[in-house]
Design a protein around this ligand. Structure first.
Ligand SMILES: *[C@@H]1O[C@H](CO)[C@@H](O)[C@H](O)[C@H]1NC(C)=O
Ligand SMILES: *[C@@H]1O[C@H](CO)[C@@H](O)[C@H](O)[C@H]1NC(C)=O
Ligand SMILES: *[C@@H]1O[C@H](CO)[C@@H](O)[C@H](O)[C@H]1NC(C)=O
Ligand SMILES: [Zn+2]
Length: 354
């Protein structure tokens, strides 16, 4: 699996604040000075540094900026939602002929790793939404630095939704509004923030995740128009990347409640619409960041390697193991691509060794 580009997603009931570098916020030993304002003298340069801004990178403008859309899904991948992911995502292509790529913010409990591997193999991004899915902000605020994270996607913005804020590095002070305090104000050179640009629901209220928007759409038409309206807010302005952040539970539900099938039809209609536009690319968050680091206009986009068509990866999970763990009060099943760990993997014992 792609364990290089980890990150934390956020849900309405799961305000995971990624503070992996924030010793001063967590009351750790290290107190760091606030980051200075972003310089205008050219000392913050791509690909390693990028100031928070609504201006497209690389001096690109207008219709030469490809409109990036990241489709993301939070939480466990299971036999319930994988068939939807396969049918909705596996056969779509971007205008350059490459398969689209979505980002899955995965939590450990109930995830089926045989199916996670399948998503990865089909070119989708496997990203981190924590092992425990702990929902108390304080738990995350007390965390110290962890290794290997290069970006996070957990910070909503209302102020910079239209025109939208582009992803930026934390070398310098962010201009972004802080909806969920505390937000880091120290410098974290080279570490990217991928802002969650708020949608506006039909009632006029903002929503960072589309499944939080109110009123919850109940027809295909209302779902499609919610997505389209928020897409056009960016497509017709500065073309900042649009995140369609959701859970499969917005689209999959009991058959006796037709609103789920309606929403799914509206969501798929929206993907069909995006697929009909010559300058819209549905790419993973990491692919989007590669583009921001190396901005390439629509006119030259076929030369942009990180978005180029790729052969499907080999199946390294031909014989998944079905592992079972239990005690007198608790039971979990885990499909693994490796021999069953002795113990159920968990935080501080993620390999499940004794
Ligand atoms: C971070 O926390 C973990 C778990 O509490 C601890 O084992 C580790 O030593 C800490 N690392 C630092 C750099 O403080
Ligand atoms: C059973 O396992 C769960 C998960 O590890 C744990 O929370 C619980 O305390 C255990 N119960 C008993 C009776 O050992
Ligand atoms: C995980 O998915 C595989 C299909 O690849 C299936 O055979 C297996 O039963 C699933 N395991 C669980 C625990 O649902
Ligand atoms: Zn979640």
């Amino acid at each position: 699996m792609n364990f290089v580009n980890f990150l934390i997603g956020v849900t309405s009931f799961c305000l995971l604040l990624l503070l992996t570098h924030s010793a001063s916020l967590s009351g750790g030993d290290e107190v760091r000075a606030p980051a200075p304002q972003c310089p205008t003298d050219g000392s913050c340069q791509l690909p390693t540094c990028h100031c928070a801004s609504t201006t497209p990178p690389g001096g690109l403008f207008g219709p030469n900026v490809p409109q990036i859309v990241y489709l993301t899904f939070d939480d466990a991948v299971t036999i319930v939602n994988h068939p939807f992911y396969a049918s909705a995502l596996f056969n779509r292509k971007n205008p350059n002929g490459a398969s689209i790529s979505a980002t899955f913010f995965i939590t450990h409990e109930y995830s089926n790793y045989s199916l996670v591997h399948d998503l990865y193999r089909k070119g989708h991004e496997i990203a981190l939404h924590s092992i425990t899915h702990t929902t108390t902000t304080q738990y995350w605020a007390n965390m110290n630095e962890s290794g290997g994270l290069t970006w996070e996607c957990s910070r909503p913005t209302y102020t910079y939704r239209k025109p939208g804020l582009w992803p930026y590095t934390n070398d310098f002070r962010s201009i972004q509004d802080c909806q969920i305090a505390p937000c880091p104000d120290e410098a974290f050179p080279g570490f990217w923030t991928v802002p969650m640009l708020d949608f506006i629901g039909d009632d006029g209220f903002p929503c960072a995740m589309v499944d939080e928007c109110t009123p919850v759409p109940k027809t295909q038409q209302d779902t499609f128009s919610l997505l389209l309206r928020n897409f056009n807010d960016l497509y017709t302005t500065n073309r900042a990347p649009m995140g369609v952040f959701t859970h499969s539970a917005w689209l999959i539900g009991p058959v006796d409640r037709p609103e789920f099938a309606e929403r799914m039809a509206g969501y798929l209609q929206f993907l069909d619409h995006l697929g009909s536009l010559p300058d819209v690319y549905m790419v993973s968050v990491s692919q989007a960041l590669e583009w921001v680091k190396n901005p390439t206009g629509v006119a030259d986009i076929d030369t942009f390697q990180p978005w180029a068509p790729k052969p499907e990866a080999t199946n390294n999970c031909v014989f998944p193991r079905n592992c079972r763990y239990d005690n007198s009060t608790w039971e979990r099943f885990m499909s693994a691509c490796v021999p069953c760990p002795l113990n159920y993997p968990w935080v501080y014992n993620n390999l499940g060794v004794n």
